[in-house]
Design a protein around this ligand. Structure first.
Ligand code: SF4
Ligand code: SF4
Length: 380
């Protein structure tokens, strides 16, 4: 397993985490086998969604004495009235469900996630009410270690990040969602699918969210990595061909600020299959061909796919471009953390010998030589 720091938080999280929603209504033994397998691979972050109460009890029981070795994402404002998951902003209901979650998981939750802030109305119901105060008090009281939130809408997520309240974010990331123009809502396309005609390249608002999170050191955990399975399905993929699971994982992990991809697994075998990612070659994980096959109105923007490698002087081009994109948000005030990340790279943009081999390989027309020089100027 590889681990990453989640933004400004101290702990290192496994790059693949376990999304537990598919353990709902499964026997305890199955939940136990799945969780044991994940722990065996070094998974140390789990998302505990709110389907049924029994599954939450099963997860905690399966973790047993390993509870404190795992970071739990628990959702504040999620409820399961009549075993139907729902969003609640009614404070007595919010408190009842979250306090039950606290009880089940040993009195604390690592990441207390303000649940599902997608619309302007969601935003108001969280930030203009006692909801946010309740969450802040949970942190003051030591019941949650960090405040997070979950969202599927980049416009609202940017607004929430800018409040300065959250320390981390769970966001839906996959190539189809990222290419969806930000004035469309992903859930409207869940059933009817994603017609490739609506794609125009990586949506600038999505890109802005990831850059903002990096700039503010807000780590991201990822949900909907496979787009509810549509991206890997021959029948439903919006691309020329389905992506593979490792390509979807790799895409999410290559977005700026992403710490961990929470994969929903319901058996030990599914966990093992997902972990095959850790052993795969760069070629096997490369998603550039599929992204390169759709219309792209943003030619010249890096999608961090690494298809341009290898570089003869061993510059990690995607990473340099990633830092550069963040530095370009405000050239006069490049965050010290970004300069520090850049200076710790083994090979920097200034070492580019302008051989041009990367540019001929890049399917997205990125001016790499120019970018390497710019990165050196802004960050060295
Ligand atoms: S042009 Fe520069 S960055 Fe690109 S492969 Fe050559 S040396 Fe590396
Ligand atoms: S420069 Fe092009 S090929 Fe290289 S990582 Fe960026 S988009 Fe991919």
């Amino acid at each position: 397993m590889n681990y990453r720091k989640l933004g400004k938080l101290d702990e290192q999280v496994s790059i693949i985490g376990l999304g537990c929603e598919h353990l709902d209504r499964k026997p305890y033994e199955q939940a136990k086998e799945t969780i044991d397998k994940a722990l065996e691979y070094g998974v140390n972050i789990m998302d505990v969604f709110m389907p049924g109460k029994e599954v939450r009890e099963n997860i905690a029981k399966a973790l047993g004495k390993n509870r404190n070795k795992v970071m739990i994402q628990g959702h504040i404002g999620a409820s399961d009235i009549n075993q139907q998951y729902d969003i609640s902003r009614d404070m007595p209901t919010v408190k009842r469900f979250f306090e039950d979650l606290l009880r089940i998981f040993g009195g604390y939750i690592d990441y207390g996630m303000m649940f599902f802030i997608d619309s302007e109305e969601d935003y108001k119901n969280v930030f203009d009410t006692g909801f946010v105060t309740y969450v802040q008090n949970l942190k003051k009281g030591g019941y949650i270690k960090h405040i997070g939130f979950s969202s599927h809408n980049p416009v609202t997520a940017i607004k929430v990040v800018n409040t300065g309240v959250p320390e981390m974010l769970m966001f839906s990331i996959n190539p189809a969602f990222d290419m969806l123009p930000s004035d469309r809502y992903v859930f409207d396309h869940f059933e009817k699918g994603f017609g490739s005609e609506m794609f125009r390249g990586i949506d600038p608002v999505h890109a802005e969210l990831y850059k903002l999170c990096t700039q503010k050191q807000i780590g991201i955990t990822v949900m909907k990595t496979l787009g509810a399975g549509k991206l890997i399905s021959k029948e439903f993929t919006p691309f020329v061909k389905p992506l593979t699971v490792p390509q979807c994982i790799h895409y999410a992990l290559s977005r700026p600020a992403v710490g961990s991809v929470m994969l929903g697994c319901k058996t030990a075998e599914e966990v093992s299959n997902a972990m095959a990612y850790l052993e795969m070659s760069e070629e096997e994980k490369d998603y550039s061909e599929i992204l390169g096959s759709v219309r792209n109105d943003f030619k010249g923007s890096c999608v961090y796919c690494s298809h341009c490698q290898p570089c003869p002087v061993e510059i990690d081009i995607a990473t340099v471009n990633k830092y550069l994109d963040i530095a370009l948000l405000d050239e006069k005030a490049v965050p010290p953390s970004i300069k520090s990340h850049y200076s710790s790279l083994a090979h920097k943009g200034g070492e580019c010998i302008a051989c041009g081999s990367c540019e001929s390989r890049c399917p997205f027309g990125v001016p790499i030589i120019e970018n390497m020089a710019k990165a050196e100027r802004l960050m060295s």
